[in-house]
Design a protein around this ligand. Sequence first.
Ligand code: 9MG
Length: 260
Amino acid sequence: MGIVNVTPDSFSDGGQFYSAQQAIEHGLQLIHEGADILDIGGESTRPGAAPVSDEDELARVLPVLEGLREGRVALSIDTQKTAVMRAALAAGADMVNDVNALQAPGALAAVAQSNVAVCLMHKQGEPQNMQQLPLYHDVVEEVKAFLRARIEAARTAGIASNRIVIDPGFGFGKNLEHNVALFRGLPSFQDLGVPLLAGLSRKSMLGKIAHLEVNERIHASVAAAVLAVMKGAKIVRVHDVKATLDALAIVNAVEGWSDD
Ligand code: 9MG
């Protein structure tokens, strides 16, 4: 899953792809590099990010969805907002990536009334305050319990299991210790019975471990993506598609995995 941010303040690309045309060109480049899914987002979820209105978010993402619709890859809309989900689905999005796990009023129904896939992610707190004091007794068990409950809520609303993907939400209300524990515990998320997505690309946990600024984290991101796949992730959300796929090709060749 290649990341297409259409935000002026994205933490890891400095808002480089803010204009619709630049975002479309970036998306086409990620398709060329081998992305199967593009995740298009118009509201930054980085720690401290300010929320944007429905109107502003839609004005950012809809032209990009439109411009990438013929790209022959699945298009995911990265949003927490029900109105944005509904408009993006009407515009042809194939997936909803919701860092709020469809907890907003009407979000479950919006996805249930479509036939698209959904990623349910765990977070503690909100982007504005989530890194202030994240607290868990057992981060792996608590994140799993939350995701289990959200899978159940989605199924009850009419979203079949084969449309659901889960994500432990690295960096979303987690300190370094929590993130490392979750990473170690990734294999146990397979107990939840749906595919696992992992988003580690250029995140601050990598910077903290390897002492890297955000623009120096490509190699660490590739290592993290490979390790996540080896621990069971079926989708990795990344900025650096080609570098990640090159590394995964080596692992696939040695481990004998099939192409999918
Ligand atoms: C939007 N976004 C930013 N980081 C993310 C992550 O780790 N997972 C998912 N699903 N979305 C993310």
